[in-house]
Design a protein around this ligand. Sequence first.
Ligand SMILES: Cc1cc2nc3c(=O)[nH]c(=O)nc-3n(C[C@H](O)[C@H](O)[C@H](O)COP(=O)(O)OP(=O)(O)OC[C@H]3O[C@@H](n4cnc5c(N)ncnc54)[C@H](O)[C@@H]3O)c2cc1C
Length: 415
Amino acid sequence: MASSRTVLIAGAGIGGLSAALMLARSGFRVTLLEQAERLEETGAGIQLSPNATRILIDLGLGPRLRSDVFVPEAVAIKTATGGTLARIPLGKDAQERYGAPYWSIHRADLQAALLEAVQGNPDISLRLGTRVDDFVVHAHGVSAACRARARTIDEHGIALVAADGLWSVLRPRLGHRTRPQFARRTAWRALVPASTVEAEFRAPDVQLWLGRSAHIVHYPVKTGALINIVAIVDDGWSEPGWTASGDRDELLAHYSPWRWCAPVRDFLALPDRWLKWALYDVPPLGHWSEGPVTLLGDAAHPMLPFLAQGAAMAIEDAAVLADCMGRYPDDIPSAMRRYQRARRRRTARVQNAARNNGRTYHMSAAEAVLRNMLLRLAGGKALLRRYNWLYSWKTAPPGSAARRDVLPGKGEEDE
Ligand SMILES: Cc1cc2nc3c(=O)[nH]c(=O)nc-3n(C[C@H](O)[C@H](O)[C@H](O)COP(=O)(O)OP(=O)(O)OC[C@H]3O[C@@H](n4cnc5c(N)ncnc54)[C@H](O)[C@@H]3O)c2cc1C
């Protein structure tokens, strides 16, 4: 039997690694079960907004991460023909407004920092090559049925956190039968050395190019040495996974010379290697938790990437879960209900906002003209203010009114 404070986590993605660190800080032992034999990230970047960087810095990862991150000065929104619609200030403006930085980083660097912290923590045991297939809840907590190198083993804990991603095998075990729905969009991803691209494409910004049925996001990573490119197109290709390679000519066919200016097409023609990723979506779930078992990250709220928030939400989940469990270590089901209650509305709002951005980004004809006019009229500062609700989020400090609101007193019912 495991110690009375062992928490099981299924999945060591950004969500599972963050949750392990935060639960250990809240006084728990963690067994982190990951199906992959080795933790490897695809060659791709990720944006981390202040709501997430604040948590990572609070966790003590700031000094380790700062040597790898890039601080974009703005989000520059552009049209397919090359005009600039707005510049949303980030850099110093985001730091001053939200009290935490906006970063872009290579996923491998973020994973390495989290993994080093996990491996250096005596309260966390990481088991690679261990797949969680099922679980049973009993009087003392929960047992997870795992497969590890053709052997079947049971792991025991007071709680099980399913951080097993978009294709979670544990989500259906909590009664959710809805499969992820194909969003009819494909994300193409590549990295190029900054020294090989024209000056416009290595500006210190996140650049967002909007066109009919397609858009592009690119930004520097590896402290500016590489440019991460994500090109998103309307498409019927629906194969799940991160590792399908894509053909450059097929991609360029989505960015026709009639709609897209030559510099953008030249930029997209640069990478030798493209990976493509079919996008899936799941509508907000009614409940995440049952007794001592709960969902976290993409397992709980998969979202389209058009707000760059999936990992940020997983990191926020981890902070709130650790807070709830730390406050109610002797009543884990109640801690799980409080966690679900604190997170569900916010993550549903983010899922919906991401879906709406996806619609807006690919508009055509009169709709696109109106969108462009509104973006120009609003201006960058007002566009940033529209995201105050997202970027200014904090886990509420002990004793505050917000905390009482988010984490109601013992015995109160969930909504
Ligand atoms: C194109 C694109 C761009 C994106 N850009 C951004 C961005 O800029 N900013 C941002 O915040 N987010 C971004 N995201 C979203 C972000 O990548 C995800 O939301 C985030 O990585 C989810 O992390 P996770 O830990 O919940 O799940 P995952 O990363 O999917 O991790 C799940 C882990 O669980 C393991 N696993 C699965 N099943 C089992 C099992 N049964 N037993 C044990 N282990 C298991 C898997 O091997 C994996 O390691 C983007 C997504 C896409 C597609």
